[in-house]
Design a protein. Sequence first.
Length: 791
Amino acid sequence: MPPSPASDTNGEERQIAPVLPATAEEPETASALRSRQPDRTGLTDLEEEPIDNNLVSLPAEDFEEEGTGDEARPPGFEEGGEEGPGLGPSAQGEGRARRRPPNEPIDLASPLTAVSGIGPKSAKTLEKLGLKTLGDLLWYVPRRYDDYSRLKTINRLWYGEEITVMGTVEDVRLRPIRGGRKLVEAVVGDGTGSLRVTWFNQPWIADRLRPDKTVVLSGKVDQYLGRLTMNNPEWEPVERQQLHTNRIVPVYPLTAGVTEKWLRRVINSVVTRLAPRVVDPVPEPVRGSANLIGLGKALYQIHFPDDWEALQQAQQRLAFDEMFLLQLSVLKQKLEWQQLVSEPLRVGPEWIERFRTSLPFKLTPAQDRALDDALTDLAKTKPMNRLLQGDVGSGKTIIAAAAIGVAAANGAQSAMMAPTSILAEQHYQTFSELLPRAADIQASSIRLLIGATSEPEKEEIRSGLRAGSIRVVVGTHALLENPIEFRRLRLAVIDEQQRFGVEQRAALRAKGDNPNLMVMSATPIPRSLALTVYGDLDLSVIDEMPPNRQPVETRVLYQNERLRAYQFIRGQLEQGRQAFVIYPLVEGSDDTEPWAVVEGQPRLQEEFSPDYRVGLLHGRMRPEEKSAVMAAFRRGEYHVLASTSVAEVGVDVPNATVMLIEGANRFGLSQLHQFRGRVRRSEHKPYCLLIPDSDTEADNERLKAMESTDDGFRLAELDLEQRGPGDFLGRRQSGFAELKMAKLTDVRLIDKARREAMRLFEADPRLEASEHTQLAGAVARFTSAGKGEIS
Ligand code: ADP
Ligand code: MG
C-alpha cells in the first residue's frame, strides 16, 4: 500500500509503515508503527506529482531484525548516524538536514548508502544479493508472491494443488530414517483441519518450528496413507499481522545472512518512498500506444501488488522497457553502422560462374540466395553486416569462401576466425584446396594462425599480413593478438559466432578499415528473437540441406542399454563407418561416474579391441595433440573417437555415422542437435544415440524431442523455453544480462516493443528531441550495462 504523499511535501519527517508491519510478540515500537500506517491512495497521484525529496530517516528500530529467534539475525540497519536526508547528500557528507527541491529526479546509480536508513552494514548485506545501487534495489524483482488475501483453509485443500496455507504448529518431531538421515514431521492446523508436513534431511527445521508458532507453507498438496500432506514445502514463520495485511506478499531470492522479512521491509521502505519519484524514460505517446502503466507505479506494484492484475501490468511494463531499450540500442547501432563508408568489392558474372563450376557440387537454392545477398552487400559503399544462419551441415562455409574470393579479386585481404583450432584447421584445409581453383588465390597466400603455430611462423605470417602478400588468414582468437596488422583487411568472417564475445568480434573488425563483416551461426534462432537480438544485422538464412542428406535417426536409451549401443556401433564399424562417443566431462571426480572421457576411452577401447581403435580428444590436450588425433580420425586410423564437447562445432568427418552422447541430459537440445549434425555430412544413414545419466522421466521427456523432430528451430525454441537464453545465444551476448523480466519467448511483447521502437526511431533517430532526453540516457545505460554492441 503506498502511503499518501499529500501530507508529505512539507519536509517533515514521514514515517513509513512496512507492509508487513510487526509482530504480536514485538515490543511497542512495532505497534506504534502500525498505528501510523498511512492511508491508501491511488498511485496515479504520485506519478503526476513527484513528491518532495525529503526522505526522512526511519527510526533505527524500524529495520532491526525482530528477533523471531528462528532465523539467523542479519545485520539490521545501523542505529544512529545514518539518518541522512535522503539520496546523495549523506554519502557526500553534505549534512543531514538538507532539503531537496521538489521534483528533483533521483539518481538510480546512487549507492544504497545514500538512502536514509541504510548504513554501510546494511549496504554490505544487500551487496551479497548483488544490490549496490538504488536502481538495483528498485528492480530487484521477487521470485514469487504469496497471496495472503486468498489463503486456503486446510479443509478446502485438494490433492495435487499448489497452494499457500497458514496454520499453527501443533506438533513437531525429528525422526531418524534410513541411511542415517532425518525426517522432520510436523502437524499444522488452522482450526478447520490439520495437515501433516514433512521435510527430509533438514533437521534444523525441527528447532525452528516450535509448537504454537504460526507458519505459512507453500507447495504442493500430496497424499500419504489417504491423508493430505505436504512434502518439503517452502515455509516461513509468520506473524499474525500478516493476516491482517491481507495482501499479496513478495518473496525475494535470498542468500545466507539475509532474511525475507528484513529484506521485505527494506525494499518496502525504499520503494514506497522512491518509486514514485523515478523519472519515466518512456515518452507518454509510447506509453499510451503500448498501453503501459507508469514506471513509478510499475516499480511499486512489482514489489507490493494490489492484486494479480496490477502485478501483471507491472510485469508487462518492466518487460516492455527491457525489450524497448534493447531494440533502440540495436537500431542505434545499425544506424551507426550504416553511416560507415567502405570500398565496394565487385566481381563480374564470369567470376561468379567460374566459382560455381569449380565446386564439386551444385549450390542449393538457399545457398544461392545467401550468395546473392553477400555479393550485393560487398558491392555497396557501406560495409556488409550480415548474419548467415543455417542448420549444421547446411553449407555455410562455401558462402564465406565465395566472399573471401571476391575480396581477393579486388586485391583485399580477408580474415576468418573460428572458435577452436580444430575448426580453424579444417577451414584452412577447405580453403587451401578450393580457393586456388575457384578464385585464383595462390595456396601460399592462404595461411593458418592458431595458438600452436610456432613463433617464427607467426612472425612470418604477421609480416606477410602487414605487407599484403598474405591474402587470407584463417585462425582462432590468436588472430586478435597484437601486433597483428593487416595491409588491407576488407572482410572479417566469424564462424560459430555465438562462441565469441562481443569484444572479440569488435576486436577483429577493428583490424581493418570498416571491413565487411559476415558472422555465421548454426544456432537457429526463432525469427522474432533474431530480429531483436541481431536487429542490427541483416539476415540470410540457409533453410535447406544439400540433397541426399538423411535425417539423423535418434534414440534415447536407458543406462542399461549401453551394451546394445556398443553393438550397434560395432555393426556400423563393420560397414566401414566411424563413430563419435561424446562425454560431458574430461575427468570424473570419482570412478563411478561414467561420463568422463578419460575413463570412457579405455573402456571403449576394451570393448572394441582388437579390431578397432578408439581415439581420445578433449580440451585439456595440447593443440598439436588435438590436431593429430583429429587428423588420424579423419584418415580413418581411429574408428571411434571418444571426445568431449570440443567435437561440437564444425568438425567435418563425412564417414562418421554414429553419434553416441553420454550424459545427454546435461546438454541443451540445440547443442545436442549440433552434435548430431556431425554425423550428417554424407549420403550414409546417420544415427544419434542419447544416454542420459539419470533415468528420470523429466530428463527423458525433454530428450524425446530429439527423437521426434529434426527441426533445429523447433529445438531452439524448446531450449529457450526450458533453459532460457543464456547457453543458447552464447554467454556474453549483448543486452541479455539486462533482460530480467522480458521473456524471449514472448513474441507479442517483442513485436510490440519493436514496433514502438521503430516508430520512435523514425521520428527521432538520435533521440535528440527534448522529450526524449531521459530515454536517450536510459538507452545509453542499457547499452553500456549489457555491453549492448552486438556485431
Ligand atoms: P555448416 O553450415 O555446418 O558450416 P559446411 O559448410 O561445413 O556446413 O558444409 C557441410 C558439408 O556439406 C561439407 O562437407 C560441404 O562440402 C558439403 N556441402 C556444402 N554445400 C553442399 C551442396 N550444395 N551440395 C552438397 N554438399 C554440400
Ligand atoms: Mg560450419
